[in-house]
Design a protein. Structure first.
Length: 132
């Protein structure tokens, strides 16, 4: 019972982690486009709406428990790409704090780990095998 609640809560929180920024990209579209351009992300005008749709749709999928494994793996890959492209603390940019980018980079590695764990075990039986 506690394991099921913990997994459900964790899944919902990971979903919220992606849903909230996806929604904020809608209201702060130009600022995000400028940030992507600053980091030399290719075709930001194409990637930003795709990212927004994936974050909103995928976040809702995790929250509702729909296609958990596939969505978690998609977010894991997306998190790595975002980490390398947007939180590249090893580069310097005007008005960008390298320490903050390092913090985001490491935090995203933790999110990546949680997504991998979520994608690996969709039911309690699988979670028991992982813990043994």
């Amino acid at each position: 019972m506690i394991e099921r609640m913990a997994v459900t809560l964790g899944r919902c929180l990971l979903g919220l982690y992606f849903l909230a920024p996806g929604l904020s990209k809608i209201t702060s579209y130009q600022a995000m486009l400028d940030y992507m351009t600053l980091h030399d992300i290719p075709v930001p005008g194409l990637l930003l709406p795709i990212t927004t749709l994936l974050q909103v749709g995928g976040g809702l999928c995790l929250i509702t428990g729909f296609r958990i494994r596939e969505v978690a793996l998609m977010f894991a890959g997306m998190t790595l790409l975002i980490n390398l492209g947007m939180h590249d603390f090893w580069n310097t940019y005007p008005e960008t704090d390298q320490g903050h980018e390092l913090q985001n980079f490491v935090k995203n590695l933790g999110i990546f780990a949680g997504l991998l764990i979520l994608s690996a075990g969709q039911n309690l039986q699988q979670w028991r095998l992982i813990k043994a």
